[in-house]
Write a protein that binds this ligand. Sequence first.
Ligand SMILES: [Zn+2]
Length: 436
Amino acid sequence: MEGQFWDSMETLSRDELKKLQLFRLKDTIRRAASSLFYRSKFKQHQITADALHSLEDIQHFPFTTRQDLSTHYPFGILSIERSEVVRFHSSTGAYAPKKGIFYSRDDLSSWASIVARSFNTAGLVTTDIMQVMTDFGLHPTSHGCELGGEELGLLVIPAGNISMHRHIQLMKELGTTVLYLPAGILPSLIDAFYELNLNPSVDTELRLLIVGESPLNEEEKKKYENILRIPIHRSYGILEINSPGMAIECEQQQGMHIWEDYYLIEIIDPQTLKNLPAGEWGELVITTLNQEAMPLIRYQTGDITRIIEEPCPCGRTHRRIDNTTRRSDELFFIQGRALYPSQIAETLKRVPEVGDNYVIYLDTVDNNDQLIVEVEVVDNLYLDNYGKLECLTKNISSRIFEETKIQPKIKLVQNNYFLEQNYKNLKQVVDRRKKV
Ligand SMILES: [Zn+2]
């Protein structure tokens, strides 16, 4: 079965694919106009689906931003009756920017199908046993893996957020052949194999890893493949649309096929917001073509990539996107999780003993990511009283853990410390992690 296509859409001619895109795009614009947000936006720009005569005409439509999603959360961008919605996903932290996505029954079924297509493209077959290592909860990724894996006919183990040693036990007990995991937890997985004195390519049945959620650069990928002696396929998906399932590396591993029957893609200059010629690096902008409950028009993903126009030897006609990096914006990745400084800021605001100024440091300690939060105490007396200091540190640490599920190290500094350091010039997030 390996090497075969999941459905006929994967090899549709470029002309047919473009015709299908235009048909679905018009339909999407009409559907989006049912939401409060797009109705008013289209009216403001005096634009309708009738303005679309070619795919390029999408460039006359306004962008949708992450801020729009937060401002109109939760129901403002919903395009169908609430009674037709069957699923909701969102970010998990209480203080992360609000983003939500709704799904109709058909959305869930097309999501399952596109994830199954993606896993098939990575080379998964019905005899594979896939262990999902991402959290089950509000975030969609684990649920998408489960839906798509089952659609493809895999045995899916929805392991979620359990200890690394339990993960490895499960792999051995059940003969797991494939892992789906955030790239950021690869170091912890490797450490756990080392602690248990196990060689994953010899002592387990693992044959392939699919990583998603956080970016993994080429050097890191090669390094981890060499250590594990197991191939790693990168995948792409975002919470606001489909995660996972939007793009994945085929066996050629030279870029990720993005499913163009589902998504119309553009690359823009993040500063000027002008469209860039094919092949240039810029921000990925996506218009959904098959979302029923919550279509998004020209959504600025914040991810930097380029479109690879050359046909892929695997025979799929859908173009590929290169490895993505985040735009230098508020989002950062640690231990496989995406976090926002606002989650730390809002948590600190609830601790009266500390001030508003803080700096987040990302370090590498024993091969693992470490989150360090440096924050000022309101009263310097805290720094002289070990008992009080210990208690305050623990309080902040447990609150941040509750919000982010990352165990931070807290460094309390004296009042006005940041003023002396010229705080305005300090970066909010300082990434000091060891690069490969
Ligand atoms: Zn390919």
